[in-house]
Structures are given as structure tokens and as C-alpha cells.
Design a protein around this ligand. Sequence first.
Ligand code: HEB
Length: 748
Amino acid sequence: MAASECPVKKANIGGGGTRNRDWWPNDLRLNILRQHTGVTNPQNKEFEYAQAFKSLDYDAIKKDLTALMTDSQDWWPADHGHYGGLFIRMAWHSAGTYRVTDGRGGGGEGQQRFAPLNSWPDNVSLDKARRLLWPIKQKYGSNISWADLYLLTGNVALESMGCPTFGFAGGRADTYEADESVYWGGETTWLGNDVRYDDGKKGPAGGGGGVVDGDEGPKKDHADIHSRDLEAPLAAAHMGLIYVNPEGPDGIPDPVASARDIRTTFGRMAMNDEETAALIVGGHTFGKTHGAASSDNVGPEPNAAPLHQQGLGWNNKHGSGKGPDTITSGLEVIWTSEPNKWTNKYLEYLYKYEWELTKSPAGANQWVAKTDDEIIPDAFDSSKKHKPRMLTSDLALRFDPAYEKITRRWLEHPDELHDTFTRAWFKLLHRDMGPRSRWLGPEIPKEVLIWEDPVPDVDHPLINETDITELKKEILATKVEPTSFIRAAWSAASTFRGGDKRGGANGARIRLDPQINWKVNNGSELKSVLSALEGVQKKFNGSAPGGKKVSLADLIVLAGVAALEKASGLPVPFTPGRTDASQEQTDAQSFTHLEPVVDGFRNYGVGTNRVRTEAFIIDKAHQLTLSAPQLTTLIGGLRTLNANWDGSSYGVFTKQPGKLSNDFFVELLDINTEWTPTNGSEEFFEGKDRKSGTKKWTATRTDLIFGHHPEFRAVAEVYAASDAEEKFKKDFVAAWDKVMNLDRFDVK
Ligand code: HEB
């Protein structure tokens, strides 16, 4: 064979070919449980971003960023000689993908540099913004992550234009692969929104997959834009947008309907009317929009662009393709006469002028002031002036009655606008960072904000090993069933979500509204656990020497530890130091988003016609940052511990419920058991002995998925083997301990 005739020359190598995802698009996917591992991260194993950030010369990088603002580059010239607007938009689009509904999205991982976000139609030209930052990123290396840099740059942009900020905290470690965990919608076209407003009847869902197809939904007409119901957990009105269509809902230039979309989408980001209005007013005080000509001139987005463009996309054939010829959104608006300066002019113009619908040069709907005032300087040609212009979404702030009330007040009181804007901007950038124990740097504000879900500082000596031993005895001597302690501890800790690092056992918020009332937490049982533990706490805190105290949060976890030690015969680690939050420190409304609809760990709830029950356990495991083996271990263990939310026996495949064993796996894989659905819906099943026909067990989809899915089954086989009982128990204890401490950033 000649050297040139390589045997693989015709093969589609390197990941090509038809794959499982193509054959079985609805197959349950475990991939989101193995993201961002050491394999994808080029940093050394020992690398700790928090440590690295401490070596950052913070003042120097801020100086460099300030200088960059006005250091216009020929390859991408700055409008009005200042990059501030562009960088604010970059930061806002980085953070603005966050949704409080599931805690995902946001600027915490530097995902804007990966697909799909790097290529979203709403992120046009931000490839240039990120590239402009490269020399600074290169200079400061690993001491600043891209994630922190995008947001810090937005802050510096504001400061450089005369808008003092509320502060800044670093601490967002970069990820090195495209995050697949976020459900961005089911549409298959950019800017589509047919699925999200159609109860998902049309399209495939993301996340763990497992979708049941439905029939086509009805067609939309104009009336629908006034009464539409955005699918949860989404926070954008279209696929590929951060929030709403600037031209109005579905391109219809109706400011009042636009306000409705704005309220829904910003609400999903945890912003109220004041915060929402302030963000838009404050943001559009700066910069300009870009629509010099038709978007037909614009080439493919970065992920589809030719290799030689090296990660840049949207190559523009119109004129010079940059500067005055830039095409970004296709809209052509400059809001104020001083777009590099913090002023109140956005609101002044919004109310001073009446507005007339017009088209941008690219043909998009926008509004122009009915006036002869040509007061807006051109971004590049100092001899040219323009009339004030606005987007439909800007006019929403005047024509929606609730926004109007707020923005008219700020017209008279610009200081209040500044205060609300800078607080909302700070919240926008930091909402997904979790507790302030994770925040870094010299600009952390002193004021503690309710959305941080604050817990009090420890202000007393903590319990020691002897106390812990004693307290465990006291706990087990109460009349409460050990299983109830297991359930309570799990209920408290498993509210954690890795996406925005909210929830967890710290704060003992399980005893507060709304968690105390969640059906899944089995209120009557939970209340008896809490009152028993309060008894133990009272006794200890009343008599412990040296002012030692134990919090209820610690006791809830410790009770789980004591019960698990009893059930497993193994030692279970415990680290004290949690404190109890008050109801006043708890934004009850915001905590409603942490309530599980379906929670397979406790065999609670069933799926929808859109998402199968087993997809929820993948989703929840991802929130708890668990791997597939950890998830498998926990399910098997929780079942033999008899920890279903209501004490039901689904999946409790053991003769000794309450004892930790690998029985769940042994029985699940027993070839003598035959499973059949019991109610026709394929949600519940019973297992009979093949020969005798005797009924042995009942199970849910969450239980049986561990025997059905080949990758789960592979793990289940390890735990069901005759040599695995000890390994299983140890792995369970380790996974349990991990979940109990997910929110302990104070000790990590
Ligand atoms: Fe904005 C720009 C839309 C919100 C900030 N914005 C822009 C544009 C558009 C829009 C379309 C243009 C782009 C281009 O370039 O072309 N926004 C919008 C909407 C909304 C908003 C629809 C919702 C309603 N923003 C916002 C916020 C912020 C902002 C919230 C912040 C805070 N923006 C901004 C800026 C700008 C813009 C700064 C400018 C950029 C430049 O200059 O480049």
C-alpha cells in the first residue's frame, strides 16, 4: 500500500458519523453529569482560582481597562471614541442569561466564549468586545478569569463614563467547555419562539432529554402577543435573545405589549419593576445600536464562520464592515446626546418628545422623535447630527403605566435612578455567585443584600467532638424515627443548586416560609423532627460551658448523620458552623423557585407530557453537582433507608427498610423479577417473581431507570456485585456528606 493511501481516508473520524443522539434523539442523556471535569480543564490540579485572584494587581488591571475604553483600534473602531457602551452590553449579556427559575445561565462560568452563547444572534459584535480584551487577559493570565473579566470590564466602563458603581466581587472560575446543562428552548431556528409559547407542543426539550412528542400547536396571531405564557424556566422571548425583541413582541412595534414581555423576562431574572426599569434606562443611557444596512451583508456567526476568521464571526460586507458601517442588531439608534456620559438625558428625551414609528436603514421597526432637533452627535462624523431615536422596548418604559410611574419619578430625581440602577446592576452581575463567603477583591460592598440569602455570622464557640458525640446520643434518644431525621436532613440540604449556589442546609431555612410548607417536605413529619431538635438545642445551649452553642441548621444535619451512622454502622463526617437565618433574612418569594416539581431522590411527583420523570432526576442531580455514579449510589441508599417523601414503598427493595444496604441494586438486577406497568401510564410498576407470579416490589420510573439505561445499569452492576456491599456503603456516605456540605463555602 502506498504511503498516501491511508486506510482511514474514507472514514468519518474524530467524532463524526451517526451517533446515539441521532438514532435516539429522546434517549435520556447523562452527559450533563460529567461536565467541567479535570479532563477539560487545562489548569493544574492544584490550581485554585480564589488563590490566583488574590495575586491579581486589581488596581493595575482597572487602570488598563480604563485606558482601553478610549484606545480605539482600527480593526474595530470605538463609537464616539469610547468602547464603554459595547463593554456594558458585553457584561449585561454575559450576566443577563441568568434565570432564577432554575438558577442556571448567568456570567459565573465565562460561557459567553463558548457556543451557543458566542453565536447567539443577540450577541452579535460581542466577539469583537471579547477580542479587544485579549491583551489584558493575556497580561494578567490566570489571575483573572474570563468570567470575572467580562463583568469587571462592564463595571469599569460605567465608572469611566461617570457612573460610580455599587461595587464588584471577583471569584468566578472559568469553565473550559460549552455547558450543555441549560435548557434554552426547543426551537430549531434562531429567533424562533413557537415552542416556548406553545406549551412545548412543537419541539424537543434539552436538559436530560427524554421528551414525549406532541402534535403541532396553533398558529400565533397579533392577539397572542398580549396574552402569552412563557414556558418555564426560560427567561427570553425568543431563541437566541437575552430577553425581548427590541422591535416589540414578535417584531410588532407595540410598546405596551413589549412591556409585558419585559416584565415576564426580567422577572425570571429576579428583577422587579423598579430594577428592570432602572437597568434599561441606565444601560441605554450609554452607547448606540448598529444597523447601517441590511443584515444580508452579514456572514455566519462565530461557530459557523470559516476557520481563518479565528473565532470571530458576522463578517460584514457593507462598506468597511466596521465603524459607521457596523451591522449588529440592525437597529440604528443613539439614545442621548452624550452617549459616553452618565446623564439623565435618556429619560429627558423619552418624555420630552413624541415618537413616530420609522425604519432603520436595515428595515427594522424603531422610533424617531417628532422634532426638528438634530442634537445627537454621529459616532464617527463630527459634521453630522441626528434626531433622538428609541427602540420599541424603550418606549415601554413610558407607555406601560407601572413603568411610567417609576420613570417619571426618576425624571425628577436622578439620584434615585442612580441608586436603583447601580444596585440592580450589582445584583445582575453577582446574583449567581452564591454567598459572600465566595466573593473576592477590594470592592465588595459592606451592605448585605436580601438576594444574597444571608445567614448570620457565627458569634459563639462551636461544638467539639465530645459535644457532637453527646448530641448524637441525645438526638437518637428522642422519640423520632431515625428515618425521619434522614428525610429532614436530605430535605434541607438538597435544595442546593450549583447554578447559582443558592439553597442548602445552612440557615435552617427549611423551618421557614416557604420551605416548611412544601408538600415534598412532608410538613407534619418535618415539624415533629424540628420540635424534637429544638428540644435538644435548648437543653444544650442552656447548659453548655464557655458559651458554646449549636444551631438548628447544624442539628438538622447532625441528626441525619446520627441516623445514618446507626443505619450503616459506619462513621459519618460532620462539620459544625452553620447558623440559623431569620424569616426577615429570607426572600420567601424568591425561595419558591427552589421547590422541586418532581424529586426522584424522594420519589416525589411524576413527569409531564413534555419531560419524563427520569429527566428530572438528571436535572436535580446536576443541580446537586453529582456524577452519575454518585447519583446512582444515593438513589440506591435512600431507597433502602426508606426515605421516600411520604414513606411509600416504591423502590424500597429490601426486607430491612431503614438499614443501609446494596439490596436495591441486587433486587433491581435480579433476573427472576419481571416488571410491568400497573396503571397504564408507565409511571408505576410492579415486580413479580417470574416463576411463582408472587408480587415482590413496586417501583417508579426513577427506580427502574437504573436498570434500563445502560450507563446507569453499568454502575448498578458494580454495586449489586457480591463484593460491593462495603464499597457501596462507603460511597453512599461520601455522597451523602457531599450533599450535606454543598453550601459550606465558609469551610472550603
Ligand atoms: Fe440594550 C444596545 C436591546 C436592555 C445596555 N440594546 C442594545 C441594542 C439593542 C438593545 C437592540 C443594540 C445592539 C447593537 O449594537 O446594534 N437592551 C435591548 C433590549 C433590552 C435591553 C430589548 C431589554 C428591554 N441594554 C439593556 C440593559 C442594559 C443594556 C438592561 C444594561 C444594563 N444595550 C445596552 C448598551 C448598549 C445596548 C450599553 C449599547 C451597545 C454599544 O454601544 O455598542
